[in-house]
Design a binder for this molecule. Structure first.
Ligand SMILES: Cc1cc2nc3c(=O)[nH]c(=O)nc-3n(C[C@H](O)[C@H](O)[C@H](O)COP(=O)(O)O)c2cc1C
Length: 381
């Protein structure tokens, strides 16, 4: 059990987030939970209950949510590109708003980290070049499969991808979301373009840092045709799993520095900056281990930074007080504690994690974590 020790002063303060006021600086991090397994990947009533339970967060960032069929790459993850998706999400955004919280959707494209059955268009996964990213893909609740060599995107595919993000942004707006976050990091489409080992293109989308980052900025600009800049954010940075095709190289840091500096031109709602959980010893990113990523490159971004990964509330409070971020996101703590804000407020212990329920089809390990003071019913069989 974790107990919180310090006075969480800043975390519990309201925060001006673009043109919105958040009731506190505690953010629910994006968390894929695989609870939309039915054909069509439509958000459902179980998901509504889960998000509503967590709506004392100042801000909720949804699980990664696909922008098109071609973007798909994780069994049971939802979409935000059809009328059915819009309706499903509308019931969730309504429920969250009724509790006084705010919710933005994480727009996701898995690119080459997928397989043909998940994509479901008849075409296989697309990536910057025909190079296997060597990652595991979740094809079912207890199934993972290795990626294979993707098809290299044509210029038409790139134009279609940009259009898909624009369309999904419209569906998100019509579904009542308060904004969007573009998943620009980890092992997904934009990071695939940024990786020199996976992007062998010789056109305007490969080669120089500016070219490898071009798709990300074209997508940001397409999303900004739908949403005002103060409702659009990005998750990006040098951190990746340091496995398979995603290992840091000599240009990883300078690529992220370029992106962070250039994001300043857009007046966005936020940048989500990740600390690294994988061991960085012996990698070019060793100087960014622990909080050093916040000190060394987080500071390049002049707007609101949401900091995340491996931080307790006490640690988050310290980082906010040091000016290394404005909002703090919690992932696993939010999985296990629907009332995380209340627990932080009263310094209560946190529930034990049940990782076996992170991914699954049912309410078990999803909506059945107790709140503080909740009477646990014992069932005798
Ligand atoms: C089960 C699970 C699912 C996740 N799904 C996503 C996701 O869909 N999008 C994303 O950007 N990060 C995802 N993450 C990463 C989390 O947002 C967060 O960065 C990570 O849990 C570390 O933060 P924590 O130490 O507060 O848990 C996921 C993490 C977990 C444990």
């Amino acid at each position: 059990m974790t107990t919180l020790t310090q006075n969480p002063r800043l975390l519990l303060e309201p925060f001006r987030f673009g043109d919105l006021t958040l009731s506190n600086r505690i953010v629910m991090a994006p968390l894929t939970r695989m609870r939309a397994p039915a054909a069509g990947a439509v958000p459902n009533a179980l998901m509504r209950e889960y998000y509503q339970q967590r709506a004392s967060a100042g801000l909720i960032i949804t699980e990664g949510t696909f922008v098109s069929d071609q973007a798909r790459g994780w069994f049971g993850a939802p979409g935000v590109y059809t009328e059915e998706h819009r309706k499903g999400w509308q019931s969730i955004t309504d429920a969250v708003h009724a509790e006084g919280s705010r919710i933005i959707v994480q727009l996701w494209h898995q690119g080459a980290v997928s397989n043909k059955a998940l994509v479901g268009t008849g075409r296989g996964p697309l990536g910057p070049s025909a190079v296997d990213p060597e990652q595991l893909v979740h094809t079912g609740y207890n199934n993972t499969e290795l990626t294979s060599v993707p098809e290299a995107m044509t210029l038409d595919d790139i134009r279609q991808t940009v259009a898909d993000f624009r369309h999904a942004s419209q569906v998100a707006r019509d579904a009542g979301f308060d904004g969007v976050q573009i998943q620009g990091g980890f092992v997904y489409l934009f990071q695939q373009f940024l990786q020199q080992n996976l992007n062998l293109r010789t056109d305007a989308y490969g080669g120089s840092i500016e070219n490898r980052a071009r798709l990300l900025f074209e997508v940001i600009e397409a999303v900004l045709e739908v949403w005002p800049s103060q409702r659009v954010g990005v998750k990006a940075g040098p951190m990746m799993p340091e496995r398979g095709g995603f290992r840091s190289g000599s240009s990883t840091l300078s690529t992220s520095e370029y992106i962070y500096r250039r994001l300043n031109d857009y007046g966005l709602s936020h940048l989500m900056v990740m600390r690294q959980l994988a061991d960085l010893k012996g990698t070019p990113l060793q100087p960014l281990a622990g909080d050093d990523v916040l000190h060394r490159i987080g500071k390049l971004y002049e707007g609101t930074r949401i900091i995340n990964a491996g931080i307790s509330a006490t640690h988050a409070e310290e980082l906010l007080q040091q000016g290394l971020g404005e909002l703090a996101a919690f992932g696993r703590d939010y999985i296990a504690n629907p009332d995380l804000v209340e627990r932080i407020r009263v310094h209560a212990p946190l529930n034990e994690q049940r990782p076996e329920g992170y991914y699954g089809a049912t309410s078990s390990g999803y909506t059945d974590y107790p709140r503080l003071g909740q009477i646990v019913e014992v069932q005798y069989v």
